[in-house]
Ligand binder design. Structure first.
Ligand code: IPE
Ligand code: IPE
Ligand code: MG
Length: 240
């Protein structure tokens, strides 16, 4: 039976926030200028979620491949993340947003990890919106780390290898407590997923839109969500 999403809003939206560099370049500014403009949009989109019926929002902030950028850009981004977490904490706590981070923390600096831990703890009782920030996140890396943890359990005799199925592995992913995304949006016109939520987006709908992330408004977000309701999700079945 096909499950139609007519009139429905996606409960979990994941966003690949792309196009900051091009946005800055078009203004003759350094790439970091675009990242700062992009960070301001994050607040606007987060704030709009409760009204738009979005319960889970997952944002791709930095990929495991983004370390390949120049040292200036990478360290500027890390500084921006720290500043952003410090400046948004109060607002997020008060707005009832529960914040989680996915990705490998091992390569992130101590101060940033401390802020991430603190924000997760401070918002752990919240439920108005579940905001997940993917930082040093890569889908393949996540599956590899999950497999390593699962292998340890098998080696220790706590899990029977014959019992391992997709659900077992999903339980070891960074996203184990989150539902799969209903909709993945990528801004900036690139039609690729760049290692984002590879496992979790198996049946997600995709929207690739041309707008560069710093120009992505709440109104455009609302339009993209409304469009989701017109799609028919089949999950491999024949429409009923
Ligand atoms: C996305 O914007 C933000 C990050 C990857 C951190 P980009 O920096 O990739 O912007 P473009 O794609 O170069 O325009
Ligand atoms: C994906 O964008 C990562 C984030 C948005 C954080 P990129 O700009 O890094 O992806 P590619 O290089 O175009 O595939
Ligand atoms: Mg990009």
């Amino acid at each position: 039976m096909g499950k139609t999403s007519e009139g429905r809003r996606p409960e979990h939206v994941a966003i690949i926030m792309d196009g900051n560099g091009r946005w800055a370049q078009a203004r003759g500014k350094p790439r970091l200028f675009g990242h700062h403009a992009g960070a301001r949009r994050v607040r606007e989109i987060v704030e709009s979620c409760p009204d738009l019926g979005v319960k889970y929002l997952t944002m791709f902030a930095f990929s495991t491949e983004n370390w390949k950028r120049t040292q200036v850009e990478v360290s500027g981004l890390m500084k921006l993340f720290k500043r952003y977490l410090m400046s948004e904490t109060k607002e997020l706590v008060e707005a009832g947003v529960r914040v989680r981070f996915i990705g490998d923390r091992i390569r992130l600096d101590e101060r940033l990890v401390a802020l991430m831990d603190e924000l997760e703890l401070l918002t752990s009782g919240n439920d108005a919106l579940h905001l997940t920030i993917a930082l040093n996140y890569g889908g393949r890396d996540e599956v590899a780390r999950a497999t390593k943890r699962l292998a340890r359990e098998v080696a220790a005799g706590r899990i029977d290898p014959e019992s391992v199925d997709a659900e077992t592995l999903a339980g070891f992913l960074d996203t184990c407590v989150l539902p799969d995304p209903d909709l993945v949006i990528r801004t900036s016109g690139e039609a690729r997923i760049s290692n984002f939520l590879l496992w979790q987006s198996a049946y997600s709908e995709y929207e690739f839109i041309d707008t560069l992330w710093p120009d992505f408004t709440r109104d455009e977000f609302a339009r993209v969500l409304a469009n989701f309701g017109a799609r028919e999700r089949r999950y491999g079945a024949v429409p009923g």
